[in-house]
Design a binder for this molecule. Sequence first.
Ligand SMILES: NC(=O)c1ccc[n+]([C@@H]2O[C@H](COP(=O)([O-])OP(=O)(O)OC[C@H]3O[C@@H](n4cnc5c(N)ncnc54)[C@H](OP(=O)(O)O)[C@@H]3O)[C@@H](O)[C@H]2O)c1
Length: 284
Amino acid sequence: MQTFTLNDGNKIPQLGLGFYLSESGEATVEYVKNGLKAGYRLLDTAAAYMNERSIAQGIRESGVPREEIFLTTKLWVQDYGYENATRAIDGALRRLDTDYLDLLLLHRPAGDNVGAYKAMEDAQKAGKIRSIGVCNHTVPQLTALMEQTTVVPAVNQMECHPLQQQKELRKLLAQHDIRLESWFPLGHGSKRLRFNEALNAIAEKNNKTIGQVILRWHLQEGFIAIPKSANPDHQKENLDIFDFRLSEEDMNTIRSLDAGRYLGGDPESPELFKKWQELRFELD
Ligand SMILES: NC(=O)c1ccc[n+]([C@@H]2O[C@H](COP(=O)([O-])OP(=O)(O)OC[C@H]3O[C@@H](n4cnc5c(N)ncnc54)[C@H](OP(=O)(O)O)[C@@H]3O)[C@@H](O)[C@H]2O)c1
């Protein structure tokens, strides 16, 4: 698996597997095992996905050594603030049955995200986390966080696909060498992408599927992509993108599809902010 190097020197696989909406239990255990068997090494979960224990079980049963796996999880808003986050980091380690996380992210920019981030900085110093970062932080939110903290985030995980290319945010990320990690990399199955004529023409020309072209576009832009598929055939298809390169012309065609369109909700919407702030999960 090819890697990118993060601003803290750690290496991260360019392609991973997402676990949003992967229910706790046997289905997630099998998803982890199939994915690792297929060759994936980055697993992206979150406290809010409520499936960390099943992911740990899948890793144990896979037989793949822990050190070969890049394990990401996220703190939910209810655990923000320094003290809460310090406890929540130990909770994540316990649920994931590991003594370190490769990457810990703040899931949403709500509440005392600064206090939570400071707890992550200290946990990184203590060796509990290798890399720290954020999700869903737009330019003003990320700027405010960086003004009040010390460690520059290694990653900002954002909705990103050909219809939402995060052009403004990417300028700030480039200034600080913060890596964009794309969630909804395939547009969450959006028909606007699956049946897009321009993408279809590029796919036919390269003898690949539209999904493979989109994932290849992410990697060539320098984004980490974490598509979700519990279907083993789709997992293999999504992994089969390291034997071709999109031409600059094809890259430009895909760049021209940007519509600044959010499919998962505008991260600066006050309604969504309120919703995330109030959402609570029963974590053990
Ligand atoms: N930080 C955040 O706030 C945040 C928010 C959302 C998501 N995420 C992360 O990003 C990950 C990916 O997002 P996502 O799962 O919602 O969207 P996605 O990866 O863009 O799309 C997943 C959808 O595409 C389908 N698919 C995948 N590969 C396919 C293929 N080769 N052919 C046909 N269909 C295919 C899947 O169906 P099948 O299962 O049938 O293949 C599924 O319906 C999440 O799992 C999560 O880890 C993070």
